[in-house]
Design a protein around this ligand. Structure first.
Ligand code: HEM
Length: 358
């Protein structure tokens, strides 16, 4: 990501500021991180674009209101062609997922052939597909290709848009709060320095950056009502009777801005999480809670931390004009910015030698 941003901002002679779409830059980085975990390879640029288009079409279709949800007899006619549209998206997902699995198999066979000729070659890194294919050998029915590609697509789909949008919201907040951006830059400069790129182990020593991410997730939880759950038995919640079978949405957005819990709830104050200890933790649940809590939380915090940390360490960021960034929320199943963030990005002079070496 840093190399790509640098190459787009450096002409043959000198670096200059360029206007950057923050979410597309973040999306490519996040997709590659998750793809490396899933298949051991980064995602090619054209695949990033294709996957993004499939995901966006899926989210739009899943979030759309359909008359046949309320008038079931319309399903017989495929009113509004919703079923046909969903089937088309499902086929594209299927083909994309199967290609990832098939390509992994091809590479793996080639690696085995090389290893047979060269006993000094190092063993392959563990990946999600590699582990699942090994299980497939002993239990082919439970680990059919369909299961493997569904796991891969779920990880990619649940992890990319959410993490990339969080990076975009965080950068928008930083652009509207230059003092916070300056403090974050100072922290990274003093902990990491300017002679090398920030690495994942550095994140543990960057508490202010972590506060920025937590405060971003408080103000802009990507799933503002989590995902729909269903009560498995009759129960009471806060004095309300919830009958078995009721769909339950948790209004995390309001909880995380509740003035009875948070001082200046609508203000971006990362310092509120300094040494944060927990009697309010029940009021923060951007990743959900309990058994169906997001399993990607740890990965998401690292990926968002790395992306944001490197962006701050290597580049100077500014708004396009004097006006503050528009922080309105758009519509959708995950909460996007209504106006996608564009920002001015200039390589920091102190980081040029590191950036040139990438
Ligand atoms: C900032 C980034 C992310 C946010 C805000 C987020 C948030 C959430 C939320 C709110 C849920 C629903 C929890 C519930 O049912 O109550 C969820 C589920 C899930 N997330 Fe994430 N997530 C993020 C990143 C990731 C990543 C990086 C991955 C994996 C690569 C991931 C994988 C999943 C999966 C597989 C589920 C479904 C779990 C289940 O149904 O049991 N997420 N996430």
């Amino acid at each position: 990501m840093a190399a790509r941003l640098y190459s787009s901002s450096s002409s043959s002679s000198a670096a200059s500021a360029v206007v950057v779409g923050v979410k597309p830059a973040a999306y490519g980085f996040v997709a590659s991180v998750i793809m490396t975990m899933v298949a051991g390879e980064r995602m090619a640029e054209e695949d990033v674009l294709r996957f993004k288009a499939i995901t966006e079409a899926g989210l739009a279709a899943a979030g759309a209101a359909n008359r046949q949800d309320f008038l079931p007899f319309l399903r017989l006619l495929d009113f509004g062609r919703a079923r046909r549209r969903l089937a088309g998206i499902a086929k594209e997902r299927h083909d994309f997922g199967q290609r990832i699995v098939d390509e992994y198999r091809r590479r793996h066979r080639r690696r085995l052939a090389v290893a047979a000729d060269d006993s000094s070659s190092s063993p392959p890194r563990r990946t999600v597909i590699g582990d699942l294919l090994r299980q497939q050998e002993s239990s082919p029915e439970s680990y059919a290709d369909e299961v493997i590609r569904t796991v891969c697509l779920s990880l990619l789909q649940a992890g990319t848009d959410t993490s990339a949008s969080t990076i975009e919201w965080a950068m928008a907040l930083l652009l509207n709060n230059p003092d916070v951006l300056r403090k974050a830059t100072d922290e990274i400069d003093s902990v990491v320095g300017m002679s090398r790129l920030l690495q994942e182990p550095d994140l543990a020593n960057l508490p202010y950056l972590r506060c920025i991410i937590t405060e971003t997730l408080r103000l802009y939880p990507l799933a503002p009502h989590l995902v729909p759950h269903e009560a498995s038995r009759d129960c009471m919640v806060a004095g309300h009777v919830i009958a078995r079978g009721t769909m339950v949405l948790v209004d995390v957005y309001s909880m995380q801005r509740d003035p009875r819990v948070w001082e200046d709830p609508d203000k971006f104050i990362p310092e509120r999480f300094k040494g944060f200890k927990v009697d309010r933790s029940g009021w923060m649940m951007p990743f959900g809670m309990g058994r169906r809590k997001c399993p990607g939380e740890g990965l998401a915090l690292r990926t968002v931390g790395m992306a944001l940390g490197v962006m701050i360490q290597c580049f100077q960021w500014e708004r396009l004009g004097k006006k503050k960034v528009d922080m309105s929320e758009g519509s959708g199943l995950t909460m996007p910015m209504a106006v996608p963030l564009m920002a001015m990005c200039l390589p920091r002079v102190e980081m040029e030698s590191v950036l040139k070496s990438l």
